[in-house]
Design a protein around this ligand. Sequence first.
Ligand SMILES: *Cc1c(COP(=O)(O)O)cnc(C)c1O
Length: 427
Amino acid sequence: MNYSRSSLQYAREQDRKDPLRSFRSHFQMDDPHIIYLDGNSLGRLPLKTIGHMQEVIEKQWGNRLIRSWNDDWIGLTGRLSRKIASLVGASQDEILVGDSTSVNLYKLVIAALQHQEHRHIVISDNLNFPSDLYVLQGAIHLLGSKHELKLVESEDGIGIDPERIEQLIDKDTALLTLSHAAFKSAYLYDMEKITGMAHKKGALMLWDLSHSVGSVPVDLNRFEVDLAIGCTYKYLNGGPGAPAFLYIRKDLQEKLTSPIWGWFGSERQFDFDLKYQPAAGVQKFAAGTPGILSMAALEPALDIHLQAGMGAIREKSILQTEYVKNLAEVLLTSSGFVLGSPSDPSRRGSHISLKHPEGYRICQALIQDDKNPYQVIPDFRLPDNIRLGIAPLYTTFEELYHTITLLADIVSSGRFMNFSDTVSGVT
Ligand SMILES: *Cc1c(COP(=O)(O)O)cnc(C)c1O
C-alpha cells in the first residue's frame, strides 16, 4: 500500500506490523477514548498485578500472616533484584530494591563523598531532575559544606556536549552524577563516554536511570559504572510510589558505608545484637522493613518487560518517537510548535517534548476539552514543554496520530484559549 506517512492508514499499518502489539492487552485499558501519554510519569496498571495483589493481600497477609516472611517475602526482594539487574546489565548482588529514588540517591551520594574524602567537587547539570539537585545540596550541607556543586548548563535546554563536562572534571572531582535520560527533553547521555571521562580523572560516576530504565537498554557492568539509582513507577509500571532501586558495582561495595545503619542492613539481623555490624555487599544499604505490598506489585510489571525484551522495546520506541517528530514537523510547525527533544534518536529517550508558548493551555485543552474525540493525557513541564511519553508496551501509532492531529486542531481553532493559564495541581 502506498499511503502518505501523515495519514491514519499509515499509522494503522505500523500498528499491524508491530512485533510488540500483543503486549497492550497485558494492561488495563478500560476507556477507548483515553490516549495515555504519561507512562513516563506513572506507568499503566498491568492486569496481572490486580490478581497478584488480591492473592498477596488475602492469602499472604490475611491468611498466612507473619509466616509469609518465610513463605515468600524474604525471597521477594532477591527476585526483584535479579529481575531489575537483568534490565540494567548488572548482577543480582549489585542491586538493592526499596526506598524511593531520592532516598537512594542520598545514601549513595553520602557514601561516595565520604569515600572520596580528599576530593571536594561534585558535578551535575541543569537538565537534571530538581529533586536530585536538592539531594546533592542536602548531602553537601550535612557533610559540613566542604564540597562545591558545579552544574554544567545546557545551551539550548535540550542537551549538553560531553566535552563540556569533560573540561570540568579534574583531580578534585569526587563525583559526577547525571540523569541518563533528561526528564524535560529526553536527551540521552552516552553512558560509556561520560563514565570513561569520570574514571580517567578518578571520579566516581553515578547515573540516575529513572527516565531510561524500561525504555532504553542499560548496560551498567559493561561500562563499569560505579553507582546508579532508578525509579520503577514510570516506564516499569510498578505503581504509584513503587520501590526504587540502587546499584553499586561489586568491587566498590566493601569500600562504601551506608549513612543509615538499620537492622535490614545489618549482619545477622535476627540476633538482635546491640552493636551494629554491616551486612555484606549491597544489602548493608537497606535500612528498615521493605514495603512488601508495593514490592509485590512490581513483580508482574518487571516480568512483562523481561518477556518483551529491552531490545524490542527500544526499537519500537525509536520508531514511535521518530514518527511523532516527523508528524509534528508536517502538521505542527506552522502552529508555532518547536521540537524540545534531540532530533537524533540515538541521543533521545522515549518521550518527545513539544514546546509552545501556550503549552499549558494547550495541554489543558488536550486533557479536558469536551469537543475532543479523544481525551489525551500527556504532561506539562514548565515553562513550555508538552511531554508526549511513549511507552512502547502499550502506546500505539494510531494514538500518536490522533494526538498530533488533535494538537493541530486545538491550536488552529484557538480552542485552547477557553482554558486558564494558571498552573495548578499535579501536572
Ligand atoms: C522520577 C524521578 C525521581 C523520583 O524520585 P522519587 O524519590 O521517587 O520521588 C528522581 N529522579 C529522577 C531523575 C526522576 O526522573
